[in-house]
Design a binder for this molecule. Structure first.
Ligand code: GDP
Ligand code: IMO
Ligand code: MG
Length: 431
């Protein structure tokens, strides 16, 4: 008998914005808990239900389902103001997060000086990453430097003030002397964050205990990844990455669950590729194709509104992603965006300095200078957004899906052909 799946990690297998929000919303139906384990409000996960569109940044996308418990794990960095705003936004939509959300007492807190430092680094001419300017990198840097402040720390008045002063003294020296901008006041931030802490008090708890108790009670859990594999600080296109482990391993450290408790890893991939911000992108389209797909796929950032860069599906990256994350199956989204293409390319290797590669080495400048090697597939030239069953997809579309699975080296579980829940179908094994 097949083992019952109780724990699933869902990751983005490209550079983020693969459609994780939509997929999580669908998978939430079958689980008891949805847990975010890394990143912060740099994420933007879109869920469309009927005429309503929800863009969630910090709160797990499972929040839209009544009766499901959502958790922001210890590996997440929390901007309390952003969190309170998101809670209010949901309240306006009739969703009471108070009953369904818990926040780890070990999660690190984003402060205004983190956002300021992030912004100041981004206006430099050299070394820009193209971040979301939400203070994510500086907050994780403080965590690893062992000067960070955790949610639990906000509730101990004396300890919090002492830690804050230590941080602000150091940050103000950098802000004033290196960047020539004014610093921050300890007392102003202290008062502000004590107010946030009071508003968030009932949400904060030991979520590791909560999650592990849920597991021993036989409950099922979906771990919701943010960003994507190639934005992972270890495995991504460093330095053009985010500052956390968005890969599956991050779920263990970022939520406090042992690796032996994970039953399944799923990866979300777009039928093509996008990325936001700076960094190499071998299969990036030329201008006219970029324009067309960006418009058709509405490829504008859910968090910053920036135009996303678009390109052909890169099977080398996705294969790498399947290996690093241990992905069992992929979910292919946005197939409908390719409906009007006569010819569709898939990158199956790179040529670099006369040599062929089917992997992604860490050589500096490799991805910037390699030449992608493509195979070409006939398009289907038919609308797919109304199709509800895999067998009814055009043959060329099914062949394209099967080829993605083959090159990725794993099964294809679902195919998505539109924003709504019902524009999703289970994938048949055979073309
Ligand atoms: P996430 O960050 O991975 O959750 O993805 P985003 O929400 O940032 O971006 C994905 C966008 O694609 C959202 O606007 C979704 O509503 C939309 N989307 C998801 N799946 C599909 C699909 O199959 N077809 C189309 N056309 N849009 C989709
Ligand atoms: P979701 O969860 C796409 C990108 C930024 C930048 C880099 C570092 O919606 O897929 P950061 O602010 O994290 O320090 O920025 O990472 N980035 C994302 N790109 N989707 C995201 O999240 C992203 N979160 C961060 O554009 O290139
Ligand atoms: Mg997104």
């Amino acid at each position: 008998m097949a083992k019952k799946i109780r724990t699933t990690i869902l990751v983005g297998a490209q550079w983020g914005d693969e459609g994780k929000g939509k997929v999580i919303d669908i998978l939430t139906e079958d689980v008891d808990f949805v847990v975010r384990y890394q990143g912060g409000n740099n994420a933007g996960h879109t869920v469309v239900i009927g005429d309503d569109k929800y863009v969630l940044h910090l709160i797990p996308s499972g929040i839209l389902h009544e009766g499901k418990q959502c958790v922001i794990g210890n590996g997440v960095v929390v901007d309390p103001l952003a969190l309170l705003e998101e809670i209010s936004f949901l309240k306006e939509k009739g969703i009471d997060a108070g009953k369904r959300l818990k926040v780890s007492d070990r999660a690190h807190v984003i402060f205004p000086y983190h956002r300021k430092l992030d912004e100041l680094r981004e206006v430099r001419k050299k070394g820009r990453i193209g971040t979301t300017k939400r203070g994510i990198g500086p907050c994780y840097a403080d965590k690893v430097s062992r000067v960070g402040i955790r949610m639990a720390d906000l509730f101990d008045e004396a300890y919090f003030r002492e830690r804050l002063k230590l941080n602000i003294d150091e940050k103000n020296a950098i802000l004033k002397n290196l960047y020539g901008v004014p610093g921050f006041s300890v007392e102003v931030i202290f008062d502000e964050y004590r107010r946030y802490a009071a508003s968030l008090k009932n949400f904060v708890c030991d979520t590791n205990e909560l999650i592990n108790k849920a597991l021993s009670d036989g409950r099922s859990i979906l771990f919701e990844g943010a960003q994507g594999t190639f934005l992972d600080v270890d495995y991504g296109t460093y330095p053009y990455v985010t500052s956390s482990n968005s890969t599956a391993g991050g779920a263990c450290t970022g939520a406090g669950i042992g690796p032996s408790r994970i039953d399944r890893v799923l990866g979300v991939v777009k039928a093509y590729t996008t990325r936001v911000g700076e960094g190499p992108f071998p299969t990036e389209f030329n201008e006219s194709m970029m324009d067309k797909i960006r418009k058709k796929g509405n490829e504008f950032g859910s968090t910053t509104g920036r135009a996303r860069r678009c390109g052909w599906f890169d099977a080398v990256l996705v294969r790498n992603s399947v290996i690093i994350n241990g992905i069992d199956s992929v979910i292919i989204t946005k197939l409908d965006v390719l409906d009007d293409e006569k010819k569709i390319k898939i990158c199956i290797g790179y040529r670099y300095k006369g040599k062929k590669y089917v992997t992604f080495p860490a050589i500096p400048g490799f991805l910037e200078n390699c030449v992608p090697l493509y195979e070409e597939h006939p398009g289907w030239m038919e609308q797919t957004s109304d199709v509800t069953s895999y067998g009814d997809l055009p043959l060329a579309a099914r062949k394209y899906i099967q080829r993605i699975g083959e090159l990725a080296g794993c099964g294809v579980m679902l195919v998505s052909v539109g924003k709504s829940r019902d524009q999703t179908m289970a994938c048949g094994k055979k073309v």
